[in-house]
Design a protein around this ligand. Structure first.
Ligand SMILES: [Fe+2]
Ligand SMILES: [Fe+2]
Ligand SMILES: [Fe+2]
Ligand SMILES: [Fe+2]
Length: 297
């Protein structure tokens, strides 16, 4: 997803072909990177769900992603990541078959096929000749407000969004198990519903919005020629029950709102209207999330 948002900045029309065609190779690539990112999210969710169903706990830790700064670098990093996934998933398929865990084997066979398609897609671009970056233009005075400490502040928002995405996805999948196993009253049986199920559904809608926030905030950072961070902060926390999820998520939204207010104030002070408006929109949604979690506590 971060490569996708970085593309927005790389789309520059500095060679005559791009000027005349009014498009660049980056535009085509930017689109499929987002599609792959969403598919990887689904893989993570499916695997988490399977782990919870088997009685294990899904991790919230991520391998450190490598972004790169040109199309050929994105492709090279992509090929490496997909190859590593394929080798790992072969092992999972083999191990699952050995013990007769057919469901897991089938899941990973499906995912394996999709990873292979990703690999082929990245391979198409490994040898691509990168478009020139354009000249080193002097930083115009209007851009002087975008200092390192400002990027550091914006990056706290990126880290908070990554944290929320991991936390909510994980809880969403864990809750889907609790939804099946924890019918505690006749009413829950008859309505085929319980609190965990309601919370699971709610979390799904919310983490999709956090994905959009991550996309928009990192896009803004790259556009201003900063670098986005790739690690979550605070560390995502899952919890054991639907009530615990809600309490943790309530707190996560609280932290985000306080931080985004600070960013809005700083953007206002510096006169960075675009960033201020972006965060004003996002903070409205975070507040909505806060109240939705609040409803159930
Ligand atoms: Fe995947
Ligand atoms: Fe993949
Ligand atoms: Fe968010
Ligand atoms: Fe939120």
């Amino acid at each position: 997803m971060l490569q996708h948002t970085k593309m927005e900045k790389l789309i520059r029309r500095v060679i005559p072909e791009n000027v005349l065609l009014d498009k660049t190779t980056y535009e085509a690539v930017g689109k499929f990177l987002k599609e792959i990112a969403i598919q990887e999210m689904k893989h993570a969710a499916e695997i988490m769900e399977r782990i919870y169903f088997l009685g294990g706990a899904a991790t919230t830790k991520a391998d450190k992603p490598k972004i790169g700064s040109s199309l050929s670098e994105f492709a090279k990093n992509g090929v490496k990541a997909e190859e590593e996934a394929l080798v790992l998933y072969r092992k999972v398929i083999e191990a699952a078959a050995k013990i007769g865990d057919w469901e897991t084997r089938e899941l990973f066979e499906k995912i394996y096929g999709e990873e292979e398609k990703h690999l082929f897609k990245f391979q198409e671009y490994v040898g691509v000749k990168d478009e020139p970056e354009g000249g080193e233009a002097a930083v115009s005075p209007w851009r002087k407000i975008f200092t390192d400490d400002y990027f550091a502040l914006l990056n706290k928002a990126v880290a908070a969004e990554i944290s929320a995405i991991i936390q909510y996805t994980n809880q969403h999948e864990k809750a889907s198990l609790l939804a099946l196993r924890k019918k505690e009253s006749a009413l829950e049986v008859v309505t085929e519903n319980n609190k965990a199920k309601v919370v699971s559904e709610m979390l799904k809608g919310i983490f999709m919005q956090e994905m959009e926030h991550l996309e928009k905030i990192s896009e803004r950072i790259y556009l201003l020629e900063g670098e986005a961070v790739v690690a979550p902060d605070p560390l995502p926390q899952v919890g054991e029950t639907a009530d615990e999820f809600l309490r943790l998520d309530h707190e996560a939204e609280n932290i985000a709102i306080v931080l985004y207010r600070q960013i809005i104030a700083e953007a206002l002070k510096r006169g960075d209207t675009a960033t201020r408006r972006l965060f004003e929109d996002i903070v409205l949604q975070e507040e909505e999330h806060y109240w939705r979690f609040d409803d159930f506590i």
